[in-house]
Design a protein around this ligand. Structure first.
Ligand code: PRE
Length: 87
């Protein structure tokens, strides 16, 4: 392998290590979000409410769409499904 190839391979493997570390953090944050969401849902259900609060979900979808565009909406829908199950 030439020096250029070594540099490219090193760059890619270094960047992939960073991606793996970021993905670990993202997964941890998603799990933390699920746990916090469960606290809110349980409190609402215990006090006679419903698991789902659609107006709050609309706020969340809007926030992700504003920050990330259309795929942000899909991401928020996945996060909501992970947090409260399928509706
Ligand atoms: O914010 C709430 O009221 C929640 O119950 C949390 C949460 C969420 O995971 O963001 C989950 C279910 C609701 O439908 C809306 C939002």
């Amino acid at each position: 392998m030439t020096a250029t190839h070594d540099t490219t391979a090193d760059l890619i493997s270094g960047a992939r290590e960073r991606i793996d570390a970021l993905d670990d953090r993202i997964i941890g944050l998603v799990q933390e979000r699920m746990a916090v969401s469960a606290v809110v849902q349980e409190a609402r259900i215990t006090s006679g409410g419903r698991r789902v609060n659609l107006s709050r979900e609309m706020e969340i979808l809007g926030r992700y769409r504003e920050a990330l565009g259309r795929p942000g909406t899909a991401l928020a829908m996945t996060l909501l499904e992970l947090s409260r199950g399928k509706v």
